[in-house]
Design a protein around this ligand. Sequence first.
Ligand code: ADP
Ligand code: CIR
Length: 397
Amino acid sequence: MGNVINCNGKDATAVIKRDVDDVKNADLSVEELFEKLQEAESNSMLKKHLTKDIFEALKDKTTKQGCDLKSCIKSGIDNLDSGIGVYASDGDAYTVFAPLLNPIIADYHKLESLDDFKHPTQNFKFDDALPADLDPENEFIISTRVRVARNIDGYPLRGGMSEDQTVELEQKVKAILEEFEDADLKGKYYPLKGMDEKTRKQLVEDHFLFKKGDRFLASAGINNFWPNGRGIFFNDNKTFLVWINEEDQLRIISMEQGANIKSVFGRLEKAVAAINEKLEFAFNEQLGYLTACPTNIGCGERASVHIRVPLTSQNKEAFEDIATRNNLQIRGVDGEHSESKGGVYDVSNKRRLGITEWDGVKDLIKGCQELMESEKKLKAKSDENQDGNNDENKADL
Ligand code: ADP
Ligand code: CIR
């Protein structure tokens, strides 16, 4: 395995063999995959943006680390119900396959164009003009979580990593994390390999640990060698956690019960700074922090609450309208591609490129304020109707 230069001009480890453990469409050439996509019905951004001209221009290209067009588009063709449909298996793919990826990126992150575009500098400063606790009465918000996705400069992204690289990176990060002494950050690493099933299940149920990647990730090679090289680090209170080698090499997470977004965000700032002191993150001036899925590039942040809005969510259109106006995404309570339970939803910032970490949190705060207002109004209306009904019932007696 020789050293090559990646998109940041740094040394990188070349990928020699790309093992993909899922077999769907495995024998199809990139031309056959494209044909399949053209014939299929799909609402994905891949289908929208991969024109014949772009396909012809990119079909024979590869990055220095060995990422080809097939590795970028396979997930969206294996899974025609994809919303996006593309992954990058190394940082350089964002440059080599820019004619396909840039329009998708601009579309998802709501940017006019990426020409002359520069992602803003990291900013974790909380603006005290906004409330530290979003829901001091604990009426609506159950818990608050902010995560950033980060990858390490010099390695391919997850879909391009060999088993050796996956385990090497795991050990490197584990050693760094287990040296932390700060009371907020001090903790222990738990590898997935060898973890007993009961503990694993409980951690997933309690929203701390990831599940095995879904079919979208499997098709992008991100589930390869499962569960080797994967695991979770956390402090005693499980308020600071790091996922190693899930969809991205690092998911740095701060979370707690309740709605104190300032406390959650402050702890994340401290954690990111401590990790960044020891590791250089994959970054490019135009696209910010580079990640496996183009939806996560930029600040890589997803700031979310689990919020109970049973009345607002009854009117799907109105609920989605509040989310769209505030640049929010709605997920079910068990994460991406899951369902809501008891009127509780996972609501988070949707954009990540062209905005700072603070901007993502601001989107969440503003959107939650509007959602809580809506829920209060609907509750007052329903109480009024209830009172009216009770009065009528009394009059009937
Ligand atoms: P990611 O945040 O990494 O994109 P997911 O959507 O899969 O990934 O969510 C990962 C886990 O984090 C899930 O178990 C989800 O329920 C949990 N989670 C997300 N937001 C919150 C929150 N505000 N409070 C508690 N758990 C949360
Ligand atoms: C898809 O294209 O639907 C999957 N590859 C997941 C995309 C990222 N998730 C998201 O925006 N919520």
